[in-house]
Design a protein around this ligand. Structure first.
Ligand code: NAG
Ligand code: NAG
Ligand code: NAG
Ligand code: NAG
Ligand code: NAG
Ligand code: NAG
Ligand code: NAG
Ligand code: NAG
Ligand code: NAG
Length: 390
């Protein structure tokens, strides 16, 4: 009842916003999916899917960084269309994720909990939801090493691994700290961002995917890729995580170097798009494309993550010209993502219940490519939501 009272306020606040129908379309597609997964009691959640097939590749709720996004899409939709139906779907898909709060064997708890409980708390201020966020921050903090000055990404016998994606998990530590005044979490996230700023970037502002540290003395052992084309190349989704992640770090710290890094990473991303008019990146900026290697897939998820991060970043940029450029580019990317080329609706043969196609897991061709991804759809709806609030 408490939630519904607040929701009425929300409805009044956002009721008049007119956001393009990609949000309505996402609502249609994901409502159908919700009922499909309800029929199997939410034993699994959608991960990726081939658009010519009707079933998603699915993963149980506690086992993937992507599992908050199904609920997260509905929290994004709720902000532009505050109905009881959407609230119910968002909540039903979120509650099975609560046990993630106690998981200490993965860094992905930040992705999972912030896209679900974190967003839900921001909208509804239900204390139990904040408690989940705080418990999760406690769990994630056990992965922090004061010697490496980072939280560990993947558990591995092979050193202390940190991936650029992990910048996104810092949001949980920053937010939990902000809400509880526990400075420790803020300091951990700050240190992680600072170390990543020094180690993950190359001189041209492109990024490495993985940095392996020596846990005993904190030194760097090697830098390489797991999902990109080569150790020296730039995986476009990793670069998108860097832009969005350093923008979040700046949101909570106002530390100028983090903003500068986000800007540098964004400029690199923009200057490596196929052309002025074609703004959807290939899955890796350096993947060779020539007469012997005629095909490389795009990664619409990288485009969506980047566009969403770029909308927020544009709001922190002081120089008007750069601010406008970032915003114009973010809109152009969203426009191209929701054009018939990439929209599921744009191809009569596509039957998967999703919003956009042509995401890539990487590395190509050994992993799924030209697939819909739940994270591509999530960050697209987040980008559209953010644009609608400007
Ligand atoms: C808002 O959500 C309801 C379902 O809860 C749906 O019937 C309606 O079409 C949605 N409106 C828009 C504009 O998407
Ligand atoms: C986390 O574990 C504690 C201690 O076992 C338990 O009390 C709590 O309910 C758990 N939290 C969630 C969200 O499962
Ligand atoms: C603050 O965070 C640290 C690290 O997770 C934890 O040990 C400590 O108990 C927290 N303090 C409070 C008051 O929650
Ligand atoms: C930030 O990281 C750099 C490189 O690791 C280090 O030299 C510097 O001392 C760090 N800054 C703080 C305030 O810890
Ligand atoms: C890690 O650092 C310790 C202490 O400097 C050293 O003894 C060890 O050989 C290093 N391990 C690797 C894999 O470099
Ligand atoms: C953090 O908390 C303060 C007040 O406690 C608030 O003013 C600020 O906007 C919050 N958010 C961020 C992103 O720092
Ligand atoms: C990298 O980014 C920084 C910070 O925005 C900027 O000062 C620098 O010129 C960029 N480097 C290149 C090679 O573009
Ligand atoms: C295409 O790129 C591959 C990988 O860089 C290279 O080995 C090959 O020689 C190139 N082919 C042509 C025709 O340039
Ligand atoms: C998108 O994926 C389909 C396969 O599902 C492929 O045929 C098409 O060429 C891809 N589009 C682009 C622009 O890469």
């Amino acid at each position: 009842m408490f939630a519904l009272a607040l929701l009425t306020t929300l409805l009044l606040v956002t009721g008049g916003v007119d956001t393009f129908n990609v949000m309505s379309y996402a609502n249609v597609q994901y409502t159908i999916l919700y009922h499909q997964y309800l029929d199997i009691s939410f034993k699994t959640y959608p991960f990726m899917g081939y658009p010519l097939q009707s079933d998603w590749i699915s993963i149980p709720p506690l086992y993937s960084f992507t599992n908050g996004f199904f609920s997260g899409i509905f929290w994004n939709l709720l902000e532009v269309n505050a109905t009881h139906n959407i609230l119910k779907m968002a909540t039903d898909l979120m509650l099975p994720l609560a046990p993630v709060a106690n998981m200490t064997n993965t860094h992905d708890v930040g992705f999972v909990i912030m896209s679900s409980f974190g967003h839900a708390y921001q909208l509804l201020k239900i204390p139990e939801y904040l408690q989940i966020v705080v418990t999760t921050a406690n769990s994630l903090s056990t992965r922090y090493s004061p010697i490496v000055r980072c939280t560990r990404s993947w558990d591995s016998s092979q050193g202390f691994l940190v991936i650029i994606d992990n910048m996104m998990n810092l949001e949980l530590l920053f937010e939990a700290s902000n809400r509880t005044n526990n400075q420790t979490w803020h300091d951990m996230a700050w240190q992680h961002a600072n170390r990543t700023m020094h180690e993950h970037f190359r001189a041209d502002n492109s990024t490495y995917h993985v940095v392996e540290y020596n846990e005993t003395d904190g030194s760097v052992i090697r830098k390489y890729t797991a999902q990109g084309y080569a150790d020296w190349s730039t995986w476009s989704r990793g670069q998108a995580w860097a832009v969005a992640g350093f923008t979040i770090a700046y949101r909570y710290t106002k530390h100028q170097p983090f903003l500068d890094k986000a800007i540098g990473a964004a400029n690199y991303f923009l200057s490596h798009l196929p052309s002025e008019k074609d703004v959807i990146p290939y899955w890796d900026f350096d993947a060779p494309h020539n007469s012997t290697i005629p095909y490389q897939p795009r990664d619409t998820s990288a485009a969506a993550i980047f566009a969403s991060g770029l909308v927020e970043l544009s709001q922190y940029v002081g120089v008007q010209e750069l601010r406008d450029r970032f915003l114009t580019k973010a809109k152009a990317i969203v426009d191209q993502l929701i054009s018939p080329t990439y929209l599921i609706l744009g191809n009569k043969d596509y039957i998967l219940r999703a919003v956009i196609a042509n995401g890539t897991q990487g590395p190509y061709p050994s992993h799924p490519y030209d697939v819909a991804t739940v994270f591509g759809d999530y960050y697209l709806t987040q980008a559209v939501l953010r644009l609608s609030k400007l």
